[in-house]
Write a new protein. Structure first.
Length: 146
């Protein structure tokens, strides 16, 4: 499994969810136990679901996902890597937001609970509020046996 495969799988899910008003479980979620299926995501949900669909269990929260690493140096991020942003305290100590890198400064993210999953820019002045300053990147696949 390559990081790009994760991005393509999640991109397919986003298209389906957008067509269904973002309220129906995506194909990747339909095979999960019912207690794990939710119609809306917090920011860490799409990452957890995408990696889960690929057979890799990653932590549930952005704080835990950041801690699990492994870290990727800025400029070496690839599609499928996770990109993190400052937490509620405004620092990198405990990142409070995460997206999935799709390339060219763009990511897939669930901005906040109740917002639709979307593709947006990161790390630029023109990025949405909160997505302008990157804390760092991780590559969960690097630590797996996929």
């Amino acid at each position: 499994m390559h990081n790009r495969d994760l991005v393509l799988a999640l991109s397919d899910d986003i298209v389906v969810r957008q067509r269904l008003g973002n309220h129906a479980p995506s194909p990747a979620m339909q095979s999960m136990p019912r207690s794990d299926v939710t119609p809306q995501f917090r920011c860490s949900g799409p990452a957890m679901m995408a990696y889960g669909a690929a057979g890799l269990v990653i932590p549930r929260t952005s704080h835990e996902q950041w801690a699990a690493g492994p870290r990727v140096p800025p400029g070496q991020q690839q599609p499928g890597d996770l990109v993190f942003f400052a937490g509620p305290d405004g620092t990198a100590k405990a990142p409070g937001h995460v997206g999935i890198v799709i390339g060219d400064g763009e990511m897939i993210e669930a901005y906040a609970t109740g917002f639709p999953i979307r593709v947006s820019g990161y790390g630029r002045a023109s990025s949405p509020p909160g997505d302008q300053t990157v804390v760092g990147f991780t590559r969960p696949v690097a630590g797996s046996h996929l």
